[in-house]
Each structure stands twice: as structure tokens, then as C-alpha cells.
Unconditional design. Structure first.
Length: 367
């Protein structure tokens, strides 16, 4: 951060885990995301899910059609079902727009009904992924009803995820939205073949923010936010590990589905996610006695460079010069909107109506 201006300047960030949905809300979600990122790994958990390269191609066209920003590149994924075949993986690898396959344990989260009922059912498919070096993205939560909701990440690690990692030693895996110290420890134990995404809300909230003073539906997501010890472990992991990178898991639901007796899981952050990460890490740098001069370099790495390295994508340069587009984050209090129009309903973002510590602006080179 340059002292005179209090401005952080980074290449246009990427979002390595994003939900855009489909249909009449797509113009809203796509343009919010594209206003803050250049590339995004787009989750396939539509209803019905994106299972084939053809379905991914047509979803990608719908996204591009409504997008008003030229720079935005949606990076597509396939949804792993009990019926996904090795040939589906080959087709994905042969395409130039599908970058990974997402494993949802059936019943673990929003729109996961078509997910895997048992990891063993995917054995030959996972074997082909390992062979083709095609990344597996994992929603790492056990679905056993007898497991406490705060322990579901650990239970999945001890069960299915350990089985996958031991059986497929070279398969590259992203541990999505890691939320606990146990998750961080496991990611560390797997070395370079395992990446992890961390959301801004898991870096900013604990379960107190969800449960104290009345239930807060807009702080509810899966995996559920956890303890202060877990939050601190996540912040430290982001600073320590080159394979831990930004993935917002921004997951829009209409207000009526959030403020309801069966509140849908998902927190919406896409329109201001770099501001949130800057807030989380500036506070952490200050509280842990780190030099704020290093914040800009760290954010560039975490938001732009590490993910593309993991996915083997063309490299972003340091200042956004190659791409001609970068983002400036100024340390200025900015009031977040109370809500956005969302089809016939409304979309309430995280920290609705509250002040964010940063203001972001896209900058483009005159070329
Ligand atoms: C996501 C959604 O709404 O699609 N919800 C969430 O709480 N994170 C699904 C997911 O990533 O688990
Ligand atoms: Zn998600």
C-alpha cells in the first residue's frame, strides 16, 4: 500500500468459487461478479445440474450473453454424479472451457440432491481424472445425520476425503471453502497436489455472528462459520501457503428463501468481495503486528496469482499490464447497499447497509 494515497493496486482479481444461478437473475449475478473479477470458477449446482460439456457450453453462452464486461471469463465445471463417466472427463479435458469437476456429497448443501451417494461409485471416473490431471473440487462435509454440524468437515476428511487421497495419490484436489483448523491441517498434510479456497465470510465471521443476539440468516452458509480459533487458523493458512487462494462461494438466494423458517444456505458477496478480503487481512495484519506495506503484495498473490498457478492458466502479471485491467482499493468507508433487485424478489448481501472499510474501482489501460 503506498503511504501517500492509501491505495492498494492489484491485477483484476479472480474468484475461484462462484455461484451464478441461471434464468432471469443471471444478468444480476454475472454483472456483479464481473464488476470485481476477471475470471471465475463457476459452480455447476443448477437445477438440474451441469453434468456434461454440452450443458456447460450452453450455460457459458448464457453467462456471456448477459455480461456487460468484456474482460470477464467464466471458467466452467461439471457436477459429479453417480453416473459421471470417464468419457465425460475426457470430453471436459478436451474442451477449452471446462476446468474441473465438483464433488457434492448427496444432501450436503444447496442443490446437492444429485451429488455422489458414495465416493466408491466414482472410482473409475476419479481414476481418469488422475490420469488426465483434471482437478477435483470438493465440498468437504459429511452428510451423516448423527454428525454434529460443526464437525462435518472433520468427519468428511476422516472418511471419504482420506479414502480419495489415499486411493488417488496424484489427483489434484481443491478443498473448497475450507472452514476449520482441522481442514487447514489436512490441506497442509497433502502438499502441492491439494489447493484450498477460503471465503471472505469464513475470514470475517464466527458462529457468534450467526447465533448471538438472534439468528442471522444472512450469516448462514455451508460449511457453517465456526469458532475464533478456526477463523484464525484460516487467516494464518492464507498467509503461509501458496496453494490457498480466494474463492468467495458467493451464493445468492432470494430474501424470501433466506428470511424463512427453513433458511437457505449461502452468503452473497460477489459485488464487493475484494473489499471484504482487504478488510479481513488489513485487520489481521494490524492485530498480529505485521507490516501493512506487505498487504498489497499478499492480496495480489492470494486474489490473482495462486489460483491461476494451481489451475495452470495464463499468468496474470504483477500490475495488470498484460491484461490492461486492474483494481484499485482505497481505504475509504463505503456504505453497502441494503439489497439488490433479484427477479421478482430481492437479494440481501453480507453486511447489508453497513460500512465497508474499502472502496474499489476498476482501472483500464489506454490501449
Ligand atoms: C451454496 C449454494 O447456495 O449454492 N451454498 C452455501 O451455503 N455455500 C452451495 C455450496 O457451495 O455449499
Ligand atoms: Zn459453493
Amino acid at each position: 500500500m503506498s503511504n501517500e494515497t492509501n491505495t492498494i493496486r492489484i491485477p483484476m482479481p479472480d474468484d475461484w468459487h462462484l455461484h451464478l444461478r441461471d434464468g432471469d437473475v443471471l444478468p444480476v449475478t454475472v454483472n456483479h461478479a464481473a464488476s470485481r473479477c476477471r475470471r471465475a470458477i463457476v459452480m455447476p449446482n443448477l437445477k438440474p445440474p451441469i453434468r456434461t460439456v454440452e450443458e456447460a457450453a450452453s450455460y457459458r453462452s448464457r453467462i456471456r450473453e448477459v455480461c456487460k464486461f468484456e474482460h470477464f471469463q467464466p471458467l466452467m465445471t461439471l457436477y459429479l454424479t453417480d453416473n459421471t463417466s470417464p468419457a465425460d472427463i475426457q470430453a471436459a479435458k478436451d474442451s477449452d472451457f471446462v476446468f474441473a469437476v465438483k464433488l457434492y456429497p448427496a444432501g450436503a448443501t444447496t442443490n446437492s440432491e444429485d451429488g455422489l451417494t458414495s465416493v466408491k461409485k466414482a472410482e473409475s471416473t476419479l481414476a481418469r481424472m488422475e490420469e488426465l490431471d483434471f482437478p477435483l473440487l470438493v465440498h468437504a462435509e459429511s452428510t451423516s445425520p448423527d454428525i454434529d454440524v460443526f464437525d462435518r468437515e472433520k468427519a468428511f476428511i476422516d472418511g471419504d476425503l482420506s479414502w480419495i487421497c489415499n486411493r488417488f495419490k496424484k489427483l489434484r484436489i481443491v478443498f473448497e471453502h475450507v472452514s476449520s483448523k482441522d481442514g487447514v491441517d489436512f490441506v497442509e498434510s497433502q502438499g502441492k497436489r491439494m489447493g484450498a479456497t477460503v471465503t471472505p465470510h469464513h475470514l470475517l465471521l464466527t458462529r457468534n455472528d450467526l447465533l448471538v443476539g438472534g439468528l442471522k440468516p444472512h450469516h448462514y452458509c455451508l460449511p457453517v462459520v465456526k469458532t475464533e480459533e478456526d477463523r484464525t487458523a484460516l487467516l494464518n493458512a492464507c498467509l503461509k501457503h501458496d496453494n490457498v487462494f480466494a474463492g468467495t462461494d458467493s451464493a445468492p438466494h432470494p430474501r424470501s428463501r433466506k428470511e424463512s423458517h427453513s433458511c437457505a444456505a449461502g452468503i452473497y458477496t460477489a459485488p464487493f468481495f475484494p473489499e471484504l478480503y482487504a478488510m479481513a487481512f488489513e485487520r489481521f495484519f494490524s492485530n498480529s503486528g505485521r507490516d501493512l506495506k506487505d498487504l498489497e503484495t499478499f492480496l495480489r498473490d492470494f486474489l490473482c496469482l495462486r489460483g491461476e498457478r494451481f489451475y495452470g492458466l495464463p499468468l496474470n502479471d504483477k500490475q495488470g499490464i498484460d491484461t490492461g485491467i486492474w483494481l484499485e482499493l482505497q481505504k475509504v468507508k463505503t456504505k453497502n447497499p441494503e439489497s439488490y433487485p433479484f427477479g421478482a424478489d430481492e437479494l440481501v448481501p453480507l453486511f447489508a447497509g453497513k460500512d465497508l472499510d474499502y472502496k474499489a474501482e476498476i482501472k483500464m489501460a489506454d490501449i
